[in-house]
Design a protein around this ligand. Structure first.
Ligand code: SF4
Ligand code: SF4
Length: 427
């Protein structure tokens, strides 16, 4: 009797997993098709779409030929260099998957933010091939949602949690984080079975450094007027980063940058001169939850900048080594992870205000969309100060609260179109 029940349950789980993969593929394919059909898409975007397609539509195991062990990470503040130096491959598990969110709701409270519900839901069915061999996760405890996620995910695989200092600017915070990095080093060495030597870590930092330089070249090209690339394409290529090795991603980005330079020389652009230039900020937008940038760009705007951790925030800073010892490398990683990070989980808001101001100036931004994932209090807390600053600068702002569902797309479209019209009118 009991073995029949087990077989029945297994069949049910199998069917649920297949449904999960099918639905994920359908939503992801829809967005990939739409963004590929936009005007003036650079040819060099193909490798980035392909990897997202392999992961989300074809459900392929992306690191098949490699001996690397996948380590799930849940924040840009987890230094990927340590994972690489331990012979692992960091894969960001923060999820934008609506189907996973529905699964996550079965084990997490309804009011938890969509990102953590979807992250839990992605791990649960064990059916996405790219997560198939992910037996370890590293979760920095940045907010209450992530704090409780640690415990939940421990039911599924090994989880290492990290304490994040509450302030980002004082020296004490850096020392606090260096201590956390040593604990992470021990965890990775113990579980991945490889010693993190000075040389391995130094080489991994060198990779990040080279990637940040190529990324900075991309940001310079992207900030051109009129825009040479759609913002949603930029968001997609940063989403693709987590499923590639850094040198591979950097190589594709370099080809894209060359193509963008040629476009500038021959006067090809992705948007007209009078197109409203929009900046996105707020809670992370992770593929396939790209509905906001897609609506903006299919409604007559262009996203020229973003202050989000799946976009520009996570990729432009470089680790600076002042002391050639293991401790010097750990300090370089801690400073890079904490000092420039403008995430509102830190008590200080001034740094984020300054960064937003600089991005607006650099990218000639006309309006800001402030994205709040329902249940994400930390971003909502900072809204008022940012709105006040933008008003004083004469920059229009619209706060948009949503989750991953597609049900509010029409309503969002109406609001975003009206916002773009106001900007066009005042330009
Ligand atoms: S929003 Fe903040 S806490 Fe969340 S992943 Fe991004 S940097 Fe980390
Ligand atoms: S910072 Fe916001 S989006 Fe990120 S896990 Fe916490 S509540 Fe969710």
């Amino acid at each position: 009797m009991s073995s029949n029940v087990t077989i029945g349950e297994e069949a049910l789980n199998k069917r649920a997993e297949e449904r999960f993969v099918r639905k994920t593929a359908r939503i992801s394919a829809k967005y990939l098709r739409s963004v590929r059909e936009m005007n003036n898409v650079p040819e060099a975007m193909a490798p980035f779409w392909n990897v997202l397609e392999d992961v989300y539509v074809n459900n392929k195991k992306i690191f098949e030929e490699s001996a690397l062990k996948t380590v799930g990470t849940y924040c840009v503040m987890v230094p990927e260099e340590l994972v690489y130096a331990a012979g692992g491959k960091p894969v960001r598990i923060c999820s934008g998957n609506h189907v996973a969110l529905q699964l996550g709701e079965e084990i997490l409270p309804k009011d938890a933010c969509p990102l953590v519900k979807a992250a839990a839901g992605s791990i649960m069915p064990n059916s996405m091939a790219y997560l198939g061999d992910c037996r370890y996760s590293v979760i920095p405890v940045t907010c209450d949602c992530k704090r409780k996620l640690v415990d939940k995910l421990r039911e599924f695989h090994s989880v290492h949690s990290m304490r994040i200092p509450s302030a980002s600017q004082d020296d004490g915070s850096i020392e606090e984080y260096v201590t956390e990095l040593y604990k992470l080093k021990d965890y990775l060495e113990e579980n991945l079975g490889e010693k993190i030597t000075y040389k391995k870590l130094y080489d991994a930092i060198g990779e990040t450094y080279a990637t940040a330089l190529e990324t900075e070249r991309f940001f310079r090209l992207k900030s051109r007027f009129p825009s040479v690339i759609h913002g949603i394409h930029s968001i997609m290529l940063f989403n693709a980063y987590t499923y590639m090795r850094p040198e591979e991603w950097r190589g594709h980005l370099s080809v894209l940058n060359d193509e963008l330079e040629k476009r500038i020389d021959s006067g090809v652009s992705a948007a007209r001169k009078n197109t409203p230039r929009i900046m996105l900020t707020g809670s992370p937008m992770i593929f396939p939850n790209v509905k906001i940038p897609y609506i903006i760009e299919s409604s007559g705007g262009v996203v020229v900048a973003d202050e989000t951790c799946i976009g520009e925030r996570g990729y432009s800073d470089v680790p600076v080594i002042n002391d050639c010892s293991m401790d010097g490398l750990m300090h370089a990683l801690a400073v890079k992870a904490i000092r420039p990070c403008t995430c509102p989980v830190f008590v200080d808001t001034d740094k984020r205000l300054y960064r937003i101001k600089k991005l607006i100036e650099r990218n000639q931004v006309d309006g800001v969309i402030y994205h709040v994932l329902r249940g994400c209090l930390v971003y909502d807390y900072e809204y008022q100060r940012i709105e006040d600053m933008l008003e004083s600068m004469g920059v229009k702002v619209l706060r948009v609260e949503t989750d991953y569902s597609e049900e509010d797309v029409e309503q969002l479209k109406i609001r975003l179109e009206a916002f773009l019209e106001v900007i066009k009118f005042s330009k």
